[in-house]
Write a protein that binds this ligand. Structure first.
Ligand code: NCD
Ligand code: ZN
Length: 369
C-alpha cells in the first residue's frame, strides 16, 4: 500500500492489477471427473453418500470393505444394485466395483471378475491396517498365485500400501511397505497393473514416478490440504484422522508437486470414508474422512493455490480412465470461485456425519450438476 492510500484504494488497485495480469480465474469448466477410490458403505447411509458423490463424479471405484467384505462377483453385483438404487433420480453415476482380496480368494474368483463388466479391480488390504480390514492378507506372498491371475487378466490390483507390524512407527508404515514389498511384487509380476492407493509420502511419489511398468497412484484431497499438525490443532482432531495418516509438510509438498506436474500416473481418489460422528468422537475413534460433499471444490482450491488450475482436468478426469482403459466422461462440470460454508453435520439415516471442512468456508462451488 502507498503512504496516502486507503485500504479500499489498495484493494481496488490489487484487483485491477490482478485483472491486468490476467491471472484471476473465477470460473472453470472441466470434463466430468471420476473418483478412483471411494467408500460408500451400505444400507440406509447409501441414500446420503451416493448423491454426494454423484453430484460431481461420473464414476467411482467403490471400495469393498463392508462387513463382511465384498469377496465375490455375486456379492459385488448385489452391492452394485443397492448403490444404483440409491442414486438420485436422473443420475447416471456408475459405481465401478472391486473385490476384497483375502487369503482364500481363488483364481476362479478373479477370472469371473475379469469376465464381468462391472468389477474393475481387486483391493489388497494388509490385515489390521484400517477400518474393516480383519479379512485382509497376513502375508503378501500367500496371495501370489491369485496375483498372477490378475496380471494375466489385466485386472488392476489396488494396494493399501502399509505394513502393520507393531514395531513400525505408524507414520512410517507406507515408506516401509514400499521398501519391503513393492520391488519384489513388481519384479515377480512386471505386467501387473497396480495402483498405490492414497499415496501420502514423498517416498511413494518418487517410487511411482520412477518405476517401470503399469503403476499409478491415487491422491486424496485431505492429504493435499493438510499436514499432520492438523491432527492436533488446538486439541485432538478426530475428524482429521484417517489412514494412512496425514504426514509432514514435506510430504504434502511432494503430493502437490505430483498432482500439478501433469504426470499421468497420478489421479484423483478421495478415499472419502464416512463414519457416524459418535464413532469418530470416541475413546477409540474410527479412521476415515468424509470429503465427498465438497471433494471437487477442495481439489480445486489445492490446484488454485499451486497456480495450476490448468492441470486439474488431467488429474481429475483424464488420467484415471486412461489407466483403467475406460473412455473419459462425455459431459462437463463448472466450478465458480465463490465462498460458501460447509454444513457442520450431515444427517445420514439414524446418524450424523461430520464432513471435511465442517462449519468452515470453501472457496469454490460447483455450479452445474
Ligand atoms: C477407510 C474406511 O473408513 O473404510 N478409512 C480411512 O481412514 N481411509 C479405510 C481405508 O481406506 O483405509
Ligand atoms: Zn480407502
Amino acid at each position: 500500500m502507498q503512504p496516502n492510500e486507503s485500504p479500499s484504494d489498495s484493494r481496488r488497485y490489487n484487483r485491477q492489477l490482478i485483472q491486468l495480469k490476467g491471472c484471476t480465474v473465477n470460473r472453470i469448466r472441466i470434463r466430468r471427473p471420476d473418483d478412483w477410490h471411494l467408500h460408500l458403505r451400505d444400507g440406509a447411509m447409501l441414500k446420503t453418500v451416493v448423491p454426494a458423490t454423484a453430484r460431481s463424479f461420473g464414476r467411482a471405484i467403490v471400495m469393498p470393505n463392508l462387513k463382511p467384505p465384498v469377496r465375490t462377483v455375486a456379492e459385488a453385483q448385489a452391492y452394485r444394485e443397492r448403490i444404483l438404487a440409491a442414486r438420485p433420480t436422473g443420475s447416471d453415476f456408475e459405481p465401478l466395483m472391486t473385490l476384497y482380496l483375502t487369503e482364500t480368494t481363488t483364481a476362479d474368483d478373479i477370472r469371473q471378475a475379469a469376465r464381468s463388466d462391472f468389477v474393475h479391480a481387486v483391493k489388497y488390504y494388509p490385515a489390521g491396517a484400517t477400518t474393516n480390514s480383519d479379512s485382509g492378507v497376513r502375508k503378501l506372498e500367500r496371495v501370489y498365485p491369485v496375483i498372477e491371475v490378475l496380471e494375466q487378466q489385466g485386472l488392476p490390483l489396488l494396494m493399501h500400501g502399509e505394513v502393520t507390524d507393531a514395531d513400525i512407527d505408524v507414520f512410517d508404515r507406507e515408506a516401509v511397505f514400499i521398501e519391503r514389498h513393492l520391488d519384489s511384487l513388481r519384479t515377480t509380476f512386471p505386467d501387473l497393473k497396480m495402483v498405490l492407493e492414497h499415496a501420502t509420502t514423498q517416498d511413494a511419489i518418487e517410487y511411482v514416478q520412477a518405476a517401470p511398468g503399469p503403476i499409478a497412484a491415487t491422491i486424496t484431497v485431505h492429504h493435499l490440504l493438510y499436514n499432520r499438525n492438523a491432527l492436533f490443532e488446538g486439541g485432538l482432531r478426530p475428524h482429521q484422522y484417517c489412514l494412512p495418516l496425514i504426514k509432514r509438510e514435506r510430504h504434502r509438498q511432494a503430493l502437490i508437486n505430483a498432482v500439478t506436474s501433469g504426470n499421468e500416473r497420478f489421479f484423483l481418489g478421495t478415499d472419502s470414508a464416512p463414519h457416524p460422528k459418535h464413532a469418530k468422537e470416541s475413546d477409540c475413534g474410527c479412521a476415515g474422512i468424509y470429503s465427498a460433499p465438497a471433494a471437487i471444490e477442495l481439489y480445486t482450491e489445492v490446484f488454485e493455490a499451486a497456480g495450476a488450475l490448468d492441470k486439474l482436468e488431467a488429474f481429475a478426469s483424464l488420467n484415471g480412465p486412461a489407466f483403467y482403459g475406460l473412455p473419459v466422461n462425455e459431459d462437463f462440470i463448472e466450478l465458480e470461485k465463490h465462498s460458501w460454508v460447509m454444513e457442520r453435520e450431515i444427517t445420514a439415516a439414524e446418524d450424523t456425519i461430520v464432513p471435511l471442512r465442517a462449519g468452515q468456508p470453501i472457496g469454490w462451488q460447483q455450479s452445474n450438476g
